[in-house]
Design a protein around this ligand. Structure first.
Ligand code: GLN
Length: 561
C-alpha cells in the first residue's frame, strides 16, 4: 500500500483539494486504484452545521455523511465513491477519544494527544488501507501548516511514516510563490518558512507544488530545491489555470507530477491515458455556442456555496458542446424588478437552501419560469418554492407555504415529516444520503432518466404534503417520482411546460465530467432549444439575430477557479 499526504503552506485557499484530486485523476489514468480522504482540523464534528459563508457547500455522500466540499472534487475527478470514513475532523477525533475514555477503554491511563489522539487519526488512514481495493491512499490535511489545530494530524503522519516505511510514502506540500509587483520578482521565502515549519514537526516534503501566477524559472526551482531540501525535478509549478479547473490534471501532468510520484513510490505503471479528459477540457474551453442561465440563490458572492451545481452545469453544457453564461441573482433582489433581470435568460435554476431569507424572490423566479415557459430546474428548496408558487398562483391556495418559513401556515404544502417532529439536535438529523426514487411511467422525468428507478442523495427536513397532491395534479402539477412506498414526493414537473422540473434531492452530487447528470443535461438541452426557438422566432419576425442570448462570459463565470 502506498500513501500520499498533501499539506498546505503559507495561506489557505491554494486549491489543495483540487491538486489532490487532480493527482488522483492522473494516477487512475495510470490504472492505479486510488482513494482520497480529507482531514479537517476544526472542532465541528462535520461541516453540516456551518453556513456557506464559513465553509462553502456541504457535500453529501451516499451514506449520508455531510462533508467538506473537497470530497466533491475527489468524487468528480476520480472514480472513487466515498463514505464517512473519508472525512475526519478534530471534532470526530476528540469525540471518539472521549467516548472511549468514558467507556473505560483507557482504564488506568492518562489520556493524551500523543498517543491517544494520534492513534485515532492513524486508525483512519489504516481503515482505507485495503490492498484488495486500493493501491494508493491520498490524504489531504486541511488548514495551513503552522495552525495549532493541525498539529496532532501532522504528528500522526510522522508516526505513520515510521510505521509503514518512508519508501511507501510521499509528502506533497502545496505552497504559494507570490509575485511581488514592486520588485518584479517571485518570492520563495514564504515557502522556505513553511517547509521549515513542517520540518520542525518532523516532516520533510518530497514534492513541492508551487502555486504561482508566473512561470518558475530554473533559478527559482534551484533555490526552492536547495532551501527546502526537495530535488529540483520535484519542484512542480502549478500556475493558475486559464479557463477551467479541469485543466489542472493536464498542467500537473505536463510538469511530470504523476511520473515523479510513481517513481518516488516505486510504482511501475503505464503512461497515463488522458484522451477522454482532454476532450472534455476542449469542450469546456471552446464550445461552439453559449446559453444564458440564471441561478437564483442566497450566497451569490460565495464562490464555493453552490460549487457542485456550477460544476454540474459545466458537465452538462460540455456534453452539448455549449458554454454557460451564468447570471448569479440574489434571491432577495427578485422580490421586485423581476422582468429586467430575467427577460433574456434561457433557463432558471433555484438551488437548495435553508431559512426564510430570499424565499419570496425564489418563488417569484419559479413563477416567472412557469409563466414564460422558461426551463426551470429546482433543487430541493428549489422544488419546494416551485410547489408553493403553483399552489398559491395556479390552485388558488392563497396561504400556501412551508412550515419551515411559517410554522402556523394554514396551508402547509411543504411540511415536516412525522418522524422529524421530535428531533431537537440540528447536527446530522435530516433525511440524508442516498434514497431510491420510483419514477412514474410516461412522465418527462422518465424520458430524461431513461429509467424508472433511480437513487439520489438527499439533505433536507421538509417534504411535499401529499394531502395536496390531487388538487395540484388537477391543475397540471405532476408528481413524477416518489419513494418506493409512494409516501414521499421526490420529483415534480408541470404538464404544460417544456421543462419545469423540481427534485427533492441533490442531483448535483452525482454529476461528473463526461458523465453529466440527466436532470442537468435535460435542462441544458431545453435551454438551448428555447434559445434557438426564440432566435428563429425573432429572426423571422424582424430579421433579428440571436445575439442578445450570446452574451460574453460573465466576469464571475464559475468555470474559472
Ligand atoms: N430547507 C429545506 C428542507 O430542509 C430544503 C433543504 C435543501 O434545500 N437542502 O427541507
Amino acid at each position: 500500500m502506498k500513501y500520499i499526504f498533501v499539506t498546505g503552506g503559507v495561506v489557505s485557499s491554494l486549491g489543495k483539494g483540487l491538486t489532490a484530486a487532480s493527482l488522483g485523476t492522473l494516477l487512475e489514468a495510470r490504472h492505479l486504484r486510488v482513494v482520497l480522504q480529507k482531514f479537517d482540523p476544526y472542532l465541528n464534528v462535520d461541516p453540516g452545521t456551518m453556513n456557506p459563508f464559513q465553509h462553502g457547500e456541504v457535500y453529501v455522500l451516499n451514506d449520508g455523511a455531510e462533508t467538506d466540499l473537497d470530497l466533491g472534487h475527489y468524487e468528480r475527478f476520480t472514480n472513487c465513491v466515498l463514505t464517512r470514513s473519508n472525512n475526519l475532523t478534530s471534532g470526530q477525533v476528540y469525540e471518539t477519544v472521549i467516548l472511549k475514555e468514558r467507556r473505560g477503554d483507557y482504564l488506568g491511563k492518562t489520556v493524551q494527544v500523543i498517543p491517544h489522539v494520534t492513534d485515532v487519526i492513524k486508525d483512519r488512514i489504516r481503515e482505507l488501507s485495503d490492498e484488495s481495493k486500493y493501491d494508493v491512499v491520498i490524504t489531504e490535511i486541511g488548514g495551513t501548516t503552522g495552525d495549532i489545530e493541525g498539529l496532532p494530524f501532522l504528528e500522526a503522519i510522522r508516526q505513520f511514516i515510521l510505521e509503514v516505511g518512508p519508501e511507501n510514502v510521499v509528502n506533497m506540500h502545496v505552497t504559494l510563490v507570490p509575485y511581488i509587483k514592486a520588485a518584479h520578482e517571485l518570492k520563495t521565502k514564504p515557502t522556505q518558512q513553511s517547509v521549515a515549519k513542517l520540518r520542525e514537526i518532523g516532516l520533510q516534503p518530497q514534492v513541492l507544488i508551487c502555486r504561482t501566477e508566473r512561470p518558475l524559472d530554473r533559478d527559482m526551482r534551484c533555490k526552492l530545491s536547495m532551501f527546502c531540501s526537495v530535488s529540483e525535478k520535484a519542484v512542480v509549478e502549478e500556475r493558475d489555470v486559464e479557463h477551467t479547473i479541469y485543466e489542472v490534471p493536464l498542467t500537473l501532468h505536463a510538469e511530470g507530477l504523476d511520473k515523479l510520484v510513481c517513481d518516488l513510490l516505486h510504482l511501475e505503471t503505464s503512461e497515463p491515458d488522458l484522451a477522454d479528459w482532454r476532450k472534455f477540457v476542449e469542450r469546456v474551453v471552446s464550445p461552439s455556442k453559449h446559453v444564458k442561465i440564471a441561478v437564483v440563490g442566497k450566497y451569490m458572492d460565495v464562490r464555493d456555496a453552490y460549487k457542485s451545481i456550477y460544476e454540474s452545469l459545466t458537465h452538462a453544457a460540455a456534453s452539448e458542446d455549449c458554454g454557460i453564461d451564468l447570471k448569479l441573482i440574489d434571491a432577495e433582489s427578485l422580490e421586485h424588478g423581476i422582468d429586467a433581470q430575467l427577460k433574456d435568460i434561457a433557463g432558471i435554476l433555484v438551488p437548495g437552501g435553508f431559512g426564510v431569507r430570499g424565499i419570496e424572490g425564489k418563488i417569484n423566479g419559479a413563477r416567472y419560469a412557469r409563466e414564460h415557459k422558461i426551463p426551470y430546474l429546482g433543487l430541493c428548496l428549489g422544488m419546494q418554492v416551485a410547489t408553493i408558487e403553483f399552489a398559491r398562483n395556479v390552485c388558488g391556495i392563497k396561504g400556501a407555504n412551508s412550515t419551515e418559513f411559517d410554522k402556523e401556515t394554514p396551508e402547509p404544502v411543504i411540511s415536516l415529516l412525522e418522524e422529524q417532529h421530535g428531533v431537537r439536535n440540528k447536527g446530522a438529523s435530516m433525511r440524508l444520503g442516498t434514497w431510491p426514487t420510483q419514477i412514474v411511467k410516461g412522465t418527462l422525468a422518465e424520458k430524461i432518466y431513461g429509467d424508472t428507478e433511480v437513487t439520489e442523495r438527499h439533505r433536507h427536513r421538509y417534504e411535499f404534503n401529499m394531502k395536496y397532491r390531487d388538487r395540484m395534479y388537477a391543475k397540471g402539477f405532476v408528481i413524477s417520482g416518489t419513494s418506493p412506498d409512494g409516501t414521499l414526493a421526490e420529483l415534480v414537473e408541470l404538464r404544460d411546460h417544456p421543462y419545469f422540473v423540481g427534485c427533492q434531492y441533490h442531483p448535483e452530487f452525482k454529476s461528473k465530467p463526461n458523465k453529466p447528470h440527466p436532470l442537468f443535461r435535460g435542462f441544458i438541452q431545453a435551454c438551448l432549444k428555447r434559445q434557438l426557438d426564440r432566435a428563429t422566432h425573432a429572426g423571422a419576425d424582424q430579421e433579428k439575430s440571436c445575439e442578445p442570448m450570446l452574451l460574453a462570459t460573465d466576469a464571475r463565470h464559475p468555470m474559472v477557479p
